[in-house]
Design a protein around this ligand. Structure first.
Ligand code: CTP
Ligand code: MG
Length: 247
């Protein structure tokens, strides 16, 4: 466990808080089984990646920079219009999602007062309302969007038999964005990766560093497009949100 540096123990002055975003988009989308990575599939004339970036770009809190981590051999990105946006900076992703996020965080200048939204490229249905709920959290532990578990939760043994039924009341499903002081998150993620730990979201790196990120209840339509059947669902949710501002 790392010690919280003394200078971070005070709450951030939100009036001068600077906001950036890191968007990991370097995955291959193997579970989606399509010929191109899922973030480049199109819904209503725009790629999933563009939908996701658009929500961040149009938020009134004015995110200063969006660091987009893409695969080294990405051949689809150059076709996108959103690249004209001066606030988007493209960098190289890594082997795992955590490596891509850390590469992104390494491009943020060190500062006590910069907070970062880490948001999956594959979550195009995010709303400004959910981002507002994260922005309302002013605690160095940070916060993530999540939804309480709805289904009954079973723990399996190695033979896919039920070992036990879990207490659902304390189970939440993590989404993105995940929102943290950028320097703290970089340190936490770097430490976790150096220890060889498998990190699937930012909060788990912060947890290992001794923080207790807040769970902020998000909308259930903020899905991560993962399997083929998710595409139609994301298209439906986006069609229901057709008042969304676009750049
Ligand atoms: N991601 C990334 N770098 C990686 C792996 C994933 O930036 N090395 C990104 C993906 O592009 C996606 C987000 O992390 O936006 C969430 O990951 P996931 O849904 O698992 O996407 P993929 O890894 O692309 O899909 P799969 O696991 O099915 O291969
Ligand atoms: Mg993956």
């Amino acid at each position: 466990m790392i010690q919280t540096p003394q200078k971070f123990t005070a709450l951030t002055d939100t009036s001068t808080r600077r906001l950036v975003a890191v968007v990991p988009a370097a995955g291959i989308g193997s579970r989606m089984q399509t010929d191109k990575p899922k973030q480049y599939l199109t819904i209503q004339g725009k790629t999933i990646l563009e939908h996701s970036l658009n929500v961040l770009l149009t938020h009134p809190a004015n995110i200063e920079q969006i660091i987009l981590a893409v695969a080294p051999q990405d051949s689809y990105l150059s076709e996108l219009n959103c690249l004209k946006q001066p606030r988007i900076r493209i960098i190289q992703g890594g082997e795992t999602r955590a490596d891509s996020v850390l590469n992104g965080l390494n491009h943020i200048p060190s500062s006590d007062n910069t907070w970062v939204f880490v948001h999956d490229a594959a979550r195009p249905c995010l709303t400004h309302g959910d981002m507002d709920k994260l922005l309302a959290v002013n605690d160095i532990n940070g916060a993530i969007l999540a939804t309480p578990a709805i289904d009954t939760i079973k723990r399996a043994n190695n033979h896919k038999q039920i070992q036990q039924t879990e207490d659902r009341n304390h189970i939440w499903l993590a989404q993105t964005p995940q929102f943290f002081p950028a320097d703290l998150l970089r340190h936490a993620l770097q430490t976790a990766l150096q220890q060889g730990l498998a990190i699937t979201d930012e909060a788990s790196a912060m947890e290992l560093a001794g923080f207790q990120p807040h769970l902020v209840q998000g909308r259930t339509d903020n899905i991560k497009v993962t399997r083929p059947e998710d595409l139609a669902l994301a298209a439906f949710y986006l069609s229901q949100q057709n008042t969304k501002e676009t750049l």
